[in-house]
Write a protein of this length. Structure first.
Length: 456
């Protein structure tokens, strides 16, 4: 895999200097992302691309090439593989479509490139995908120009290129980024298992996310996943007849028996989520401290959300230990209207000072029989406060990280506010913030389920 993710040289077959040439976009990405290896555009006229020397063929380069990107019509790919074999190239990326997802003619081509891969000892990602991004070295191979991302700790494997792009968008919205991205496409030579094994040992990857329409080598996939200590989260689509028909024409994916797949995921300790947004949100949950048990407190600035979160927590098997009587008695002096009953869940709707909220969280987290907190805060970004009230209302977000570090327990927070303000806050803090109260509770459940199987 070293030559796949850390090549010293990349040749892009099919890249020309035309503004409409999508192979040119691959060259543009490599330049914009600061890839420091050698980049060799290859096209029939041997023309330069974006100031980089072009070649009419791979053999004309005259130097070893670690990775060849073949962005050419599907019928041309076998010939590129022949040339790679003659030059000793063993790693390729094939973003081109027109294979099994295209019908009988595509099936024939698929069998041909699969046979050549075995004969020549070539491994390739694709076809029909965005292939690979490695944020650590600027290797960015999609045929769409993408803004440069700084390295994160979440790595993504997606069977669909479009869904993969959506995952990047959701990570952007969450003020997060990824480490490695793999769009496996039709999985002719390399599949999700190959990349799961690699990411399991990859020091830059702390959390692994997968979007799959099918799971190949399912038994082996479960065995490998069960040995990986890192969190593995999967959104598995193609679970209905309608989904199966669509997937077959999209990435040539074959449906799996969903009950069997679900059982394999559960046995292997894989976390299954039911939406793309949750795949990102629950992956970010692992930036919180581990939760050590099943006992939580729910704290909210609105009574209705304490009820909502309590329902969600109950469904997920959490318990609500009683809060210390001395603490509850002490909190009464902060309550102004005397209409809120103090307990767990804890309604702070009549408490308006940030310092008092932080005091309450500190005391709750300090209880030995509380393992974590689901917190719901409300903030109007357009609200304006003056004088003493403004000081009371200073944002508490930076202080929450300190409380988690002090008590070694998670605070899973939902901030109910306008989306632009939420994104601003997310970019300033070092922990996840959820948009929906139920997601904050779900995150604690995901942490509990993972760490109960794989202690931190």
């Amino acid at each position: 895999m070293q030559k796949m993710f850390y090549p010293q040289s990349v040749a892009v077959v099919g890249a020309s200097n035309s503004d409409t040439n999508m192979g040119r976009n691959i060259i543009q990405n490599l330049v914009n992302w600061g890839y420091e290896g050698e980049v060799c555009p290859v096209n029939p006229r041997g023309e330069d691309v974006l100031g980089l020397k072009g070649y009419a063929s791979l053999s004309e380069i005259g130097r070893p090439i670690d990775l060849v990107v073949a962005f050419v019509p599907a019928k041309v790919v076998p010939g590129v593989m022949d040339e790679c074999a003659a030059l000793g190239v063993t790693r390729m990326a094939v973003p081109s479509g027109g294979f099994s997802e295209y019908g009988e003619s595509g099936d024939e081509l698929t069998r041909l490139v699969a046979a050549k891969a075995v004969e020549y000892g070539i491994r390739f990602v694709g076809p029909n995908g965005l292939t690979i991004i490695n944020t650590e070295n600027g290797l960015c191979l999609p045929f769409l120009t993408l803004k440069k991302r700084e390295p994160g700790h979440i790595s993504v494997v997606s069977q669909s290129g479009g869904v993969g792009l959506s995952l990047m968008m959701f990570l952007d919205n969450a003020a997060a980024t990824f480490n490695k991205f793999i769009s496996v496409g039709n999985k002719v030579s390399m599949d999700e298992l190959d990349f799961l094994e690699y990411l399991g040992d990859d020091p830059g990857t702390r959390v692994i996310c997968l979007f799959l329409e099918s799971v190949v080598r399912g038994r082996r996939f479960g065995e490998v996943a069960s040995r990986i200590d890192k969190p593995i989260l999967i959104y598995k689509a193609n679970t209905t007849e309608a989904g199966a028909r669509t997937a077959a024409s999209h990435t040539a994916a074959l449906a799996n028996d969903d009950a069997v797949v679900e059982g394999m995921f559960r046995q292997a300790g894989i976390i299954r989520v039911r939406s793309i947004r949750r795949l990102v949100d629950m992956a970010r949950a692992f930036e919180l401290p581990p939760i050590r048990g099943n006992r939580i407190a729910v704290v909210s600035q609105a009574g209705g959300y304490t009820v909502l979160c309590a329902d969600e927590a109950y469904r997920r098997g959490f318990s609500f230990p009683a809060l210390a009587p001395a603490f509850l008695d002490g909190m009464k002096e902060y309550v102004r209207s005397d209409v809120i009953r103090m307990g767990n869940p804890l309604d702070l709707g009549d408490i308006h000072s940030t310092d008092e909220i932080l005091y309450a969280l500190d005391k709750v987290l300090g209880q030995r029989d509380i393992d974590g907190v689901a917190l719901v805060l409300l903030r109007r970004s357009d609200a304006r406060y003056d004088g003493a009230y403004a000081r009371m209302q200073r944002p508490p977000y930076a202080d929450l990280q300190g409380l988690m570090s002090k008590h070694h327990k998670p605070i899973s927070m939902c901030l109910l506010t306008q989306s632009a303000f939420l994104r601003e806050v997310r970019s300033e803090v070092g922990y996840p913030i959820f948009e929906i109260p139920e997601d904050a509770v779900e995150a604690l459940g995901v942490l509990r389920d993972h760490y109960s199987r794989r202690p931190a």
